[in-house]
Design a protein around this ligand. Structure first.
Ligand code: SAM
Length: 365
């Protein structure tokens, strides 16, 4: 959406979200409904996945999967970073490292993925289709370190599925990159989820705070490396977090320790449905707050069914896909009232928007 003035982008997102949620929002919420503007309209992203294909280094053309725009600059990360990444790609090609053809599924180097922190330190991952060109990979990792990468990872994705994640082969430099959120330090790894716009996400954490403050127990589901639970821990008694990915759970445990929260925050590796099935988390004290922050697919009918049956008094639902969030809400509304809703433009220049709703269990249920 870079060709659209930012305030018009914001108005379009607000209009779309209001259309989507209008019927669900009580009148008093509709009157106040807002989408918080981006803190930084450009250069905000903390992760970018650049395709390496047929001598092109860049991004796909919207809706044309095989067409790659060979980028010379990128406005979604700080302007000084992109040229460094391009230099690394050029070094890889000059070292004889072939890139990848998605159409024929041939070649080697599929993606260069950069993750940076708010202090502009960065981690670079090379995603390749096989484990080969070992000497050249050592040399290009060295080039990346010289360009400024604090951490370099080699990830393997031998499957046809076009994923920019993979099995770690090796790394050079630091294994993890620290991220800084509301005064907390959180380690992220090459494959772990992390919020892509920390300054924007800090606004969401502040918005959520009054809805969780004073809870005896905060249950943080889809917890990633523990960001939400760790950042809100000071406002609640205990935090209980659950996450499916091994790599994320391992880092969540380290992050809890790093922030000296071992006494108050715990994390388990578990599917969300299994956690909600657990009797320990069944509705009890009436003072639990549950946070859900699922992937784009949303919660789905099984999790919504469990929440209808045994969900806590309050649910704060953070979503990067309001389309699935509204479908989930339809499954929950029999037992929950919508008491607050707000959009947060964490993804300016794109069609995406973060959306938070707060649900309160109906008195009669
Ligand atoms: C949108 S991210 C949110 C992460 C975290 N709340 C944060 O703020 O960084 C969704 C997370 O849910 C995890 N996940 C996906 N499906 C899951 C499931 N069925 N059970 C538990 N975690 C799941 C993913 O691994 C990912 O870390």
């Amino acid at each position: 959406m870079q060709d659209i003035a930012y305030l018009d982008q914001l108005a379009a997102k607000r209009h779309a979200l209001q259309e989507l949620w209008g019927a669900a929002l009580p009148e008093e919420l509709l009157a106040d409904y807002t989408v918080a503007p981006a803190v930084e309209p450009f250069g905000y992203r903390l992760r970018m996945d650049y395709v390496c294909s047929d001598d092109r280094f860049g991004l796909r053309v919207r809706k044309r999967f095989y067409a790659i725009v060979d980028l010379q600059e990128c406005h979604l990360i700080p302007p000084s970073l992109f040229p460094l990444l391009r230099t690394v790609y050029t070094a890889a090609r000059e070292l004889g490292i072939p890139d990848y053809n998605v159409y024929h599924n041939t070649g080697f180097l599929r993606y260069l993925v950069v993750r940076r922190n708010v202090r502009d330190e960065w981690l670079l991952s090379f995603v390749t289709s096989e484990q080969a060109y070992e000497a050249q990979m050592d040399a290009v990792a060295e080039a990346a370190r010289t360009a400024g990468a604090a951490s370099v990872w080699w990830l393997l994705n031998p499957r046809h599925a076009d994923l920019s994640f993979g099995e770690p082969v090796k790394h050079w430099g630091a294994a993890h990159l620290p991220q800084y959120v509301l005064g907390r330090t959180l380690l992220m790894g090459p494959n772990t989820f992390f919020q892509n716009n920390v300054r924007g996400f800090e606004q969401i954490l502040s918005y959520m705070t009054p809805f969780v403050a004073g809870a005896d127990r905060l249950i943080d589901l889809y917890a990633g490396v523990g960001t939400i639970g760790i950042c809100l821990a000071e406002h609640v008694g205990q935090v209980f977090a659950a996450e499916l990915s091994d790599e994320s759970v391992e880092l969540a445990q380290r992050n809890i320790h790093l922030n000296r929260l071992d006494e108050r925050v715990s994390v388990v590796r578990s599917d969300v449905a299994a956690v909600l099935d657990d009797a320990r988390l069944a509705r009890g004290s009436g003072n639990d707050v549950l946070i859900v922050d699922p992937p784009r697919a949303g919660l789905g009918p099984e999790v919504c069914g469990l929440l209808r049956e045994r969900g806590p008094q309050r649910i704060v639902y953070v979503s990067c896909n309001a389309l699935t969030q509204v479908v989930d809400y339809e499954l929950l509304r029999e037992r929950y009232d919508l008491v607050a809703a707000r959009g947060f433009d964490l993804f300016p220049q794109t069609y995406h928007c973060e959306h938070v709703v707060v649900l309160e269990r109906k008195a009669i249920a």
